[in-house]
Write a protein that binds this ligand. Structure first.
Ligand SMILES: Cc1cc2nc3c(=O)[nH]c(=O)nc-3n(C[C@H](O)[C@H](O)[C@H](O)COP(=O)(O)OP(=O)(O)OC[C@H]3O[C@@H](n4cnc5c(N)ncnc54)[C@H](O)[C@@H]3O)c2cc1C
Length: 371
């Protein structure tokens, strides 16, 4: 039986951010990841909002900077949105995760790849994973939206999800690379949006839909090509996954076991963005765990519960969006001042100050156009 201070189940964004900081702070850390390669079978578009890019110094060759958002109504009309100093980073996500795993290893964490968590037991002193012959003072479940760690210990589980699916296509030079292209369409993507993202060496084209609806990526691919007048491009990969949409869970720890990231519902129920929270709270969990283990600080789960977002307003807005207004409503709304202000707030976290939207590098300012 090998003994660690901290065992993390899940070697993705939350687990790797946690592992690196915990190892740097001197904890003996193991990451249990069922995949043999952290970069295989990626289940995310992997776009970093600016705040996420500020949590981690990602090598620039793994990212592509995108300044604004082009928002399309179902009738093809679009508006452009941006905000001075703001940006998104699309990513070479498989290699970003490999890089994060290397960083965690370099910091001293041990990556146990191809090792699936099945069950564990805990007593007053330790948590034990008998199948893997491991034990630790703290077990962190960073194992995603349908956490096996959460199930094993009877913790709260995500119950509402958005379903997302996307294709990686050969790069599309005709797609305006200054923008994330977001498509409102309640028939194709009820409760959410479809998107085309100029990324690193590929174009990511996908969509998500509210709970219970299966999104049809091929149908959207046709619409995307026709609407933008683009040629057919080869599909090089496919990604899909569930996005928790019920906000932060209440009961996420018991004794020496706690959940973080998607496993704990740390995802915006409105936008489905979770990476920023995984990085912030993953790292924070490691700091709190080190304080708990080395200095008798407060239990990390209690401190983290105070710092995790509640997403109350976003949950309310999620319920509104789940109603999926008919497409004619989107057609009418796009371009109106209240809708512009709303979009500006959602994408750029500011009070819809459209007048402050900057000149885009080559003239994309506040454009509103018909197809
Ligand atoms: C289609 C889609 C698109 C998205 N796009 C974005 C986006 O562009 N930007 C954004 O901010 N967020 C996005 N999200 C959300 C974001 O991907 C998640 O919030 C984020 O990946 C959560 O990270 P995590 O580390 O908590 O969990 P995950 O990334 O789900 O990782 C869980 C890890 O645990 C491992 N694991 C699971 N079970 C076990 C087990 N039993 N034993 C061992 N290992 C196990 C898995 O293999 C995986 O590596 C998207 C989600 C989806 C589904």
């Amino acid at each position: 039986m090998r003994r660690f201070d901290l065992i993390i189940v899940g070697g993705s964004f939350a687990g790797l951010a946690c592992a690196r900081t915990a190892a740097l702070r001197g904890l003996k850390v193991a990451v249990v990841e069922r995949k043999r390669d952290p970069g295989e079978r990626v289940r995310t578009t992997g776009i970093l909002v600016k705040e996420a890019a500020e949590e981690m110094d990602v090598p620039s060759h793994l990212t592509r900077l995108v300044r604004g958002v082009r928002l399309y109504a179902p009738n093809g009309k679009f508006t452009d949105h941006s905000s001075a100093g703001y940006y998104f980073l699309t990513t070479d996500t498989p290699n970003l995760l490999r890089w994060m795993a290397d960083e965690a290893t370099r910091a001293g964490a041990e990556m146990l790849l191809g090792a699936a968590f099945k069950r564990a037991e805990q007593d007053a002193d330790a948590v034990t994973l008998p199948d893997l012959d491991l034990s630790a003072g703290l077990l962190v479940g960073a194992d995603g939206a349908t956490s096996a760690v959460g199930r094993a210990f009877g913790l709260d589980a995500n119950r509402r999800f958005l379903g997302g699916v996307e294709f990686e296509l050969e790069p599309e030079p005709a797609l305006d690379g200054r923008f994330l292209h977001c498509f409102l369409d309640s028939e194709l993507a009820p409760g959410y949006i479809a998107w085309a993202a100029p990324s690193v060496g590929v174009t990511q084209v996908g969509l998500a839909a509210r709970h219970g609806v299966r999104p049809d990526a091929r149908a959207f691919l046709e619409v995307y090509r026709k609407r933008l007048g683009l040629p057919e491009r080869r599909i090089v990969a496919r990604r899909s996954g569930l996005i928790p949409a019920g906000a932060t869970l209440a009961h996420t720890h018991v004794g020496r076991v706690m959940l973080i990231g998607d496993a704990a519902g740390h995802v915006s129920p409105l936008t489905g963005g979770g990476i920023v929270q995984t990085l912030r709270l993953g790292r924070r969990t490691a700091q709190l765990a080190a304080d708990w283990i080395n200095a008798g600080g407060e239990h990390p789960a209690l401190a983290l519960a105070r710092e995790a977002p509640r997403f109350r307003t976003k949950l309310w807005l999620r319920r509104m969006l789940d109603l999926a207004p008919p497409n004619w409503v989107w057609n009418l709304a796009l371009g109106t001042a209240p809708f512009r202000a709303f979009a500006q707030t959602i994408y750029f976290h500011q009070r819809g100050d459209v007048a402050a939207a900057p000149e885009m590098p080559d003239g994309g300012r506040k454009t509103e156009r018909s197809p």
